[in-house]
Design a binder for this molecule. Structure first.
Ligand SMILES: O=C(CO)COP(=O)(O)O
Length: 257
């Protein structure tokens, strides 16, 4: 069997282009952005599934507006517990209840801002799965780790410790130093890490791991998306800044598939 690192497309995987809107926008702005994405995708359907992840307060309105329109809606975090005395938190079941189908978990900004460790992420992933959400689990090395030659080991460890047994979902490789900086790894480095991720998913989850989507995230823009999305084991993108401009998000989606 050829190494998964040599495959140019992951057979049978439809790309996913996901927008992480982070903590941006009023409800009015979010609704307008969602409508522009919906209309653009309807006018010129991309060869990729689309997902937008707005801030919590906007999810329900957008989920209603986008229902059946070919653009899924997700959250950016959830609590590990099903319910309880957790002021300010939101459960996975609440997200599912208001129309979210996906949830981003373990984003490096949550790991940094809220001290989330791999074990916390694993508990949240389990909660998301129990609630029927598709988790989008983020992994990625810091710049110091990359310079120290530890990128692959860090990502392997994050995968091993952030994914519960029986995991079914999506992985996003987001090198911390590439987020919001305009810098990206070389195409060779992206392909190498995605190959490592594929190998570790396949080793742990077998055929299911071969079929899981692995997204790239970190300064993905219309100008670099086509080359990145063409790499082996890159099954889509998790887009931050460029997802806040409908034309850019749609241009990235148009370069998938
Ligand atoms: O963090 C990201 C997506 O989750 C990437 O953000 P940017 O696309 O703004 O670099």
């Amino acid at each position: 069997m050829p190494s998964t690192k040599e495959r140019l497309v992951t057979p049978g995987i439809r790309p996913l282009i996901a927008g992480n809107w982070k903590m941006h926008g009023t409800l009015r702005e979010a609704a307008a952005l969602a409508e522009a994405v919906r209309a653009g995708a309807a006018a010129s359907p991309p060869a990729a599934d689309l997902l937008v992840c707005p801030p919590f307060p906007h999810i329900h309105v957008l989920a209603v507006a986008l229902l059946g329109q070919g653009v899924a809606v997700g959250g950016q975090d959830c609590h590990a517990a099903a319910k309880g005395a957790h002021t300010g938190d939101v459960s996975a079941a609440m997200l599912r209840d208001i129309g979210a189908s996906h949830v981003i978990l373990g984003h490096s900004e949550r790991r940094a801002d809220h001290g989330e460790a791999d074990a916390d992420v694993r508990a949240k992933v389990a909660a998301a799965l129990a609630a029927g959400l598709v988790p989008v689990v983020c992994v990625g090395e810091t710049e110091a780790q990359r310079l120290g030659g530890e990128a692959e080991a860090v990502v392997r460890r994050q995968l091993a410790e952030s994914l519960p047994d029986g995991f079914a979902g999506i992985i996003a490789y987001e090198p911390v130093w590439a987020i919001g900086t305009g810098r990206t790894p070389t195409e060779g480095d992206i392909a190498a890490i995605h190959g490592t991720i594929r190998d570790s998913l396949a080793a742990r989850f077998g055929a299911a791991g071969q079929g899981m989507r692995i997204l790239y995230g970190g300064s993905m823009k219309p100008g670099n998306a086509k080359a990145i999305l063409a790499l082996a084991n890159v099954d889509g993108g998790l887009v931050g800044g460029a997802s806040l401009v409908a034309a850019d998000f749609l241009a990235i989606a148009a370069s998938a598939g």
